[in-house]
Design a protein around this ligand. Sequence first.
Ligand SMILES: Cc1cc2nc3c(=O)[nH]c(=O)nc-3n(C[C@H](O)[C@H](O)[C@H](O)COP(=O)(O)OP(=O)(O)OC[C@H]3O[C@@H](n4cnc5c(N)ncnc54)[C@H](O)[C@@H]3O)c2cc1C
Ligand code: SF4
Length: 483
Amino acid sequence: MGKVTGFKEFEREVEPYRSPKKRVLDFKEIYTDHDESLLNTQASRCMNCGVPFCQSGEGCPVYNLIPEWNDLVYNEKWEEAFARLLKTNNFPEVTGRVCPAVCEGACVLGITETPVTIKNLEFAIADKGIESGWIKPVIPKKRTNKKIAIVGSGPAGLSAAQQLNSVGHSINVYERADRIGGLMMYGIPNMKLDKSIIDMRVDIMEEEGIKFHTNCDIGGKGKNSLSMEKLIKENDIVLLTTGATKPRDLPIKNRDGKGVYFAMEFLGQNTKSLLDSDLKDDSFINAKDKDVIVIGGGDTGNDCLGTSLRHGCKSLTNFEILPELPKERLDNNPWPIFPRVYKVDYGHEESREVFGKDPREYSVSGKEFLRDKNGKLIGIKTVKVDKDFKEIKGTEQTWKADLIFLAMGFLGPEDYLNKKLKLELDERSNFKAEHDIHQTSHPKVFAAGDCRRGQSLVVWAINEGRAAAREIDKKIMGKTTLV
Ligand SMILES: Cc1cc2nc3c(=O)[nH]c(=O)nc-3n(C[C@H](O)[C@H](O)[C@H](O)COP(=O)(O)OP(=O)(O)OC[C@H]3O[C@@H](n4cnc5c(N)ncnc54)[C@H](O)[C@@H]3O)c2cc1C
Ligand code: SF4
């Protein structure tokens, strides 16, 4: 424990984002440079609790050794802090940026005061490691003769690949998109996670000996595609980390036609165009001068707000079917459970800056898309709903819209890969496999990440990728040293 009285002396202070006024003008990251003296003070607030809830149970899903690196940052031993971080987390530079900080909801100091700025500290340690060249390829000294195919290159697939490669297995990662990274590449926008970070990681993993195959849709029809049967035949194990990519639709009147898009069409095309041509190729849905409505709160909805603002939309509204969350924890949401409380995310803050008001409208449900006689989208009719999502009579309202984005969650993995194989699915249509075991109903096929647990978080995908790697190693070698 760095400073015994740190938690009594200092208030919580998070590193600020760039000013909303400036950051909406570009797709660069929203963060400011790290402030070492602030971080040093904030690290000293950690009480080094006897039972650190932040790193276990309801806390960090990858069991980051949080009090240890807080102490090391306080004592300015950054390289050691970085080494501790890499013990549990394959991509701290990603979670440090995008994790909702499950750990902070379980911080013991948070019971009576505000929690330690754990995510901020992780972010700074990870960036310091990158800048200082402390991330090095770890090339296994000996190779086994075991071959593993990983389908999908999101955080679950990449963390499993790195773990399994580190113990000497030969790893091929197959990705249907043209770039590696899953939703870290084509979901989370650049302003939240700069894509050069993913490329840097992929380069290191290639040096470590992992082979990546892009534009390769397993079970699909393209010319580079391969069948699942072939992968199973030619490998010792196939690990599915294909994500929960089937979006929830809103099948109300006038759904068909231009103007209504799934959030991922909007976000994915935007990032691809940004990376391919700095948005000059016109291959994306442009919200410039448009009245935009985003249906669905959450991370995806918020990213649609941030992206629309950066295009220069004319107006912005965000429907949320749930009521506004309370400012403080309710009795049924006690510490150390993740707090379900009102939050202002970067997109909300930016909307307030540009349009002078928060874009969110609560307890609203879409009733009918409105189109003119030529089929052009002109708006949406909505109703208010009660806490059981039942329509409240007399609350119909019409809203003007040129573009509507559906960000209402995902319904498990797509079906085509499983057409012939017929792996058992769970009741939510995810691949059925127990957490921490990860074997599906096929003895050579494992599953991890969102395609097994349903739509979740990067940190949970890393947890699952690591756990699947451990179980696969155990299965093919009879024992494992992976954790
Ligand atoms: C817009 C958006 C924003 C988000 N923001 C955050 C955030 O801020 N913080 C956070 O923690 N989480 C966030 N999430 C959630 C997080 O990104 C996911 O939980 C996480 O990426 C899941 O990882 P995964 O490896 O299981 O799958 P994914 O990241 O979904 O990767 C799956 C990959 O498999 C590929 N694939 C699928 N089928 C095939 C096939 N047949 N052949 C070859 N490849 C295939 C897909 O193309 C994809 O690249 C966000 C999600 C979205 C949609
Ligand atoms: S990965 Fe997420 S939960 Fe874990 S320490 Fe980092 S911010 Fe906290």
